[in-house]
Design a protein around this ligand. Sequence first.
Ligand SMILES: Nc1ncnc2c1ncn2[C@@H]1O[C@H](COP(=O)(O)OP(=O)(O)OP(=O)(O)O)[C@@H](O)[C@H]1O
Length: 335
Amino acid sequence: MQDDLILETISVTKNFFGDKSTGVNNITIFVPKGKITAIVGESGSGKTTLLNLLFGTLQPDHGEVFFKEERVLSREHGIQHAHKVMRMVTQNGVDMNPKSSVWETVRDGMPPEDRSHEIKLVTEALNMLNIYPLRDYPFGKLSGGEKQRVTIAKALISRPQVLLLDEPFNQVDAYYREALQHDIRQIVREWKTTVVLVSHDPAEILSMADELIVIKEGEIVEHGPPDQLYHSPKLLYTSQILASSSMLTSTQAKVCGIKSKRGIVVVYAEHVKIAAIGKKWLIKMILFKGFFEELIIDNNDVTLRVMNYNRGKYKVGGKVSIKITRYFEFGKWEN
Ligand SMILES: Nc1ncnc2c1ncn2[C@@H]1O[C@H](COP(=O)(O)OP(=O)(O)OP(=O)(O)O)[C@@H](O)[C@H]1O
């Protein structure tokens, strides 16, 4: 394995009950050391299965998993070095004792040799995740978002070499979500931790990940840096996962002034510019998105999403004209 890689799967397959439409098939991935790799894909595409194979909670039917040079078997075959230096944070923290306090829960994540530094290390971890004031609360009494933060603190206190995160922020409210994303990035930079992240949130994936792996029906269909996949998706599937967009048939594209030979045209909301108040496009809906808004506009044949930073300028029922600055074409059957 190359020095800059830490985890690798070679042609790994894991199906459930012998059914090839479940789990993952023939997956080869390379996880770079000290970076954030995000696994993205629609629900049921095999993301969690892949994470479990990396973590050793599942044994592949075929193929191999490597941590550095070490071939890793699942945990049921015995705990290996790789298992000791990896931590996984799942969506619900089900393996926590509901009666343990937040302090005890996080402390239990510490390796025995660090126990003499308990006060310093637990305080540091609780502060990092903004949960110090909750230190005496029982885990079971916390909200979903608080539980997620405690689970992450418990995973981080051992300074793992690899942190596997399965939808780690889905219950954290917007304010803490951003703070947490920032903190995780900081930890990756300072501690050189490797993170493998599963997420449904395009904003999260694009802002956090250094590398993306796109998975569909248990297979890898595309991979690369987020900006490359976002700006030049090879597949319709990837464009739909990463961006707020409108998908048009070639007939609908023609209405927008786009001649398409391939069959399907995808227009990102950010590539539709409102040129002027006009007649053709009716504003059907305005979705508040914080510092910007998304307009849903319609001209009877086509509905488009438009990103608008001029908040408050347009009203539902008003009419505008538009300019499409960029679009992507896909063949009908490629996905
Ligand atoms: N333990 C299991 N037993 C049977 N089938 C399973 C098991 N785990 C996963 N599967 C099936 O394998 C496929 C992939 O599941 P997986 O949980 O890996 O998908 P996912 O991409 O993580 O989905 P989601 O985004 O909804 O969490 C699904 O069809 C799922 O039903």
